[in-house]
Design a protein around this ligand. Structure first.
Ligand code: MG
Length: 373
């Protein structure tokens, strides 16, 4: 146990702190018995406060699966969120999780080994895998009695502002939503629905806060895209997320080379192995735990992107405070955060990361920093 804990901490890059934590908690964990990890899970439907529209579709609910891993009486919480365009469903997640046998492992600190096993079960099921990864990280933090950001050695004050998302809608609704989002210091605007300039002009009639733009692959022509980016660059926009279809790689590289604003890949990539090929195609990447199979790979993605001198954003799906708070633990390392998924729903089951004065604010709770409500 002690060796595994040290290995985890060393991977996390904080050998000296790990020694302190290992010594502090080793006796407690050992004395609580030679436990086995037990995975349980249940489907849950998130109710959206407002119908959510982006380029391509609208929806009122998002299906999720909530997971728990119990070990020696301690419970780690996880979550898989399945917006329909990602190809996973409650059924596919539950089918996957039924195949998971954690009884072969007797130490949650062997997280690399466990996640390699989880990844080997199927080539797909990224959200399902994330639900296990998040619960394991929560469990490890709770055993060590420390928030993950502390185990990783991050400074909690380094967290960024988070944006609040305004979906594609009529000028009247956009105006109302912008007014309601007054406590956020930055907004993310969905474009690509055919009323782009009206959307921006409406928001600018209400607020001067910086804006992020997400086109969700909505611009098909590179010249139109560049023209729009020039227009946006004069209106306080910070970056453009997924302006063109993910398949138009040469057009995207041309656009990034000529764009006055950074371009960020979202739909275009999922896993760690995808990151390096986007150097010179996009300026940066939007990491989401439901794409990356959780925190372990997301953390590695940040390291790779920084080595390639790329920008890093951390985002989320519509999720409870469980997965959003997990992502927030990594946020001291990123340039931009879009962690508002829990704020878009009316039936959250956890309390966790808060947005205070527009900023991602981490608490001192161990693990991913959540409590069940
Ligand atoms: Mg996006």
């Amino acid at each position: 146990m002690k060796t595994n804990r040290r290995n985890f901490m060393k991977t996390a890059g904080i050998a000296s702190l790990s020694t302190v934590i290992a010594n502090k908690t080793f006796a407690k964990v050992s004395s609580s018995g030679n436990g086995k990890m037990k995975l349980t899970f249940k489907p849950y439907n998130l109710q959206l406060k407002h119908t959510f529209t982006v380029a391509g579709f609208s929806r009122d609910t998002t299906p999720v699966v909530l997971t728990e891993i119990e070990y020696n009486g301690i419970i780690g919480y996880g979550e898989a969120s399945m917006p329909p365009y990602l190809g996973e469903s409650q059924k596919s997640v539950i089918t996957f999780l039924k195949k998971v046998d954690l009884s072969q492992f007797n130490d949650p600190f062997t997280l690399d080994e466990i996640m390699e096993y989880i990844d080997s079960i199927d080539t797909k099921n990224r959200a399902a895998k994330a639900s296990v990864d998040i619960a394991l990280h929560d469990l490890i933090g709770k055993i060590a009695n420390q928030p993950l950001y502390k185990l990783w050695g991050f400074t909690p004050e380094d967290t960024p502002m988070t944006s609040f998302t305004i979906g594609i809608d009529t000028a009247e609704v956009v105006k109302q939503k912008t007014e309601e989002a007054g406590r956020f210091k930055v907004l993310k605007v969905k474009l690509g629905g055919g009323n782009d300039k009206e959307m921006i002009n409406t928001i600018r009639s209400v607020t001067d806060v910086p804006l992020y733009v997400d086109v969700n692959q909505g611009w098909k022509d590179k010249n139109h895209a560049l023209e729009m980016i020039h227009w946006l660059s004069e209106r306080g926009i910070e970056f453009i997320e997924q302006p063109m279809p993910k398949t138009q790689i040469d057009d995207m590289a041309w656009l990034t080379e000529n764009s006055p604003l950074p371009t960020i890949a979202d739909e275009a990539f999922q896993r760690l192995s995808d990151v390096a090929k986007f150097k010179n195609v996009y300026s940066g990447i939007n990491i989401k735990l439901m794409k990356s199979t959780g925190l372990r790979e997301a953390h590695k993605m940040i390291t790779v992107a920084r080595a390639l001198d790329m920008k890093v954003m951390i985002g989320c799906m519509t999720e409870t405070s469980c997965a959003v708070s997990a992502a927030a633990q990594l946020s001291p390392l990123v340039d931009w955060a879009d962690l508002d998924g829990n704020l878009l729903i009316s039936n959250d089951v956890f309390r966790g990361m808060e947005v205070i004065n527009g900023k991602v604010t981490l608490n001192n709770l161990p693990g991913i920093g959540i409590e069940k409500m």
